[in-house]
Design a protein around this ligand. Structure first.
Ligand code: FE2
Length: 345
């Protein structure tokens, strides 16, 4: 049975298609998004962009042997060059370019160390942007990419699914600090819980952590985690990008706020150089994050989308979340229009 058969496969959204450091000036990347092939490039002056992968002249794939030349992309087949707006500015023969030679370009944004493209089923321009996060005082990003059989709405819903935190992740004392706040394509929820300190603390120690989850569309969620007892703070990006129907790339990023009182975490750390402390704690915390994230994978990869869901007290604002998601689909979707029961935690 096809996964998520009731949801349109590709919501209109900003999607992350790579990390900034994958794309040097003069470089290009081959990417797939919403069942389409793209070439992502950075001109020699450093300006990034994305366009359809196929040359409109005779169909060669720019990403197989194409080259960035100055501020253009040159097709490997006949040497036609296209500028960042997708207009053909030269043929490989020195003749006049065909007047209609144009490649479709994709709205592009680069911030937070991420390369982002806006997808819209009707080719409409974006009406909102993903915010930039200040990195001063934060350590370097740790990153990972997973390929999963699921839908970006399913993975994004995970952030408001309070009920699974105990069942899937083993968190305890889950407490909702701020039930739900939405503003157009953004949504914020805050909660606290306690969990094992893992490698960072004493054996058997449980720690209270406060989570602020801000969701920006269905492709970019930010999780900020505070552990007051350790004076520790991390920021995580969870980026879900549908490459094909029911298939997505999930890129994750974590940064650690530079630790100011390492003795709070472990007195022995007082004698360790601060840069080493930060990289050690970042690595251990990132491993813990990846462990918890991967606990969700079997659910996402094998579940069905049920609409309306049979909600119960303790679920979290799943009903409201699903109503909020309607803005990301072009057409009214019968399965989405069936009203979920709105139950609060
Ligand atoms: Fe989860």
């Amino acid at each position: 049975m096809e996964n998520n058969r009731s949801l349109p496969p590709f919501p209109n959204n900003w999607f992350v298609i790579g990390f900034s450091d994958e794309l040097r000036p003069g470089g290009l990347l081959r990417r797939r998004l919403a069942g389409q092939d793209l070439v992502v490039f950075r001109t020699e002056s450093g300006v990034p962009g994305a366009m359809d992968a196929y040359c409109p002249h005779l169909g060669a794939d720019f990403s197989y042997g194409g080259k960035v030349v100055g501020e253009t992309i040159r097709c490997p087949f006949h040497g036609f060059c296209f500028n960042r707006e997708g207009t053909c500015v030269a043929t490989g023969y020195g003749t006049k370019p065909p007047p209609t030679a144009q490649v479709r370009t994709w709205p592009f944004s680069e911030q937070n160390g991420l390369l982002m493209v806006y997808y819209h089923g009707g080719d409409a321009a974006p009406t909102w942007e993903v915010p930039a996060f200040d990195v001063a005082g934060w350590g370097p990003p740790l990153t990972r990419c997973f390929y999963l059989k699921t839908h970006p709405q399913e993975t994004t819903e995970n952030g408001v699914d309070i009920g699974h935190l105990a069942w899937v992740h083993g968190y305890q004392d889950v407490e909702v600090l701020k039930s739900y706040e939405m503003d157009g394509p953004r949504l914020v929820v805050r909660y606290a819980m306690s969990r094992s300190a893992n490698a960072l603390g004493k054996v058997g120690q449980r720690l209270r952590a406060e989570f602020t989850i801000s969701v920006h569309g269905l492709g970019f969620s930010v999780v900020e985690v505070d552990v007051p007892a350790f004076g520790m703070r991390t920021r995580h990006f969870v980026c879900a990008t549908p490459v094909d129907a029911g298939r997505l790339d999930m890129r994750v990023v974590m940064r650690l706020r530079e630790v100011s009182h390492p003795a709070k975490i472990n007195p022995a750390l007082t004698f360790v150089p601060r840069s080493l402390v930060n990289s050690l704690i970042a690595r251990l915390t990132f491993n813990g994050f990846l462990h918890d994230l991967q606990q969700d994978f079997p659910m996402w990869e094998h579940k069905q989308y049920i609409q309306p869901p049979l909600l119960a007290k303790g679920d979290g604002p799943i009903g409201k979340f699903r109503t909020w998601t309607r803005q990301f689909y072009s057409q009214p979707v019968p399965m989405l229009e069936r009203e979920p029961v709105h139950m609060e935690v």
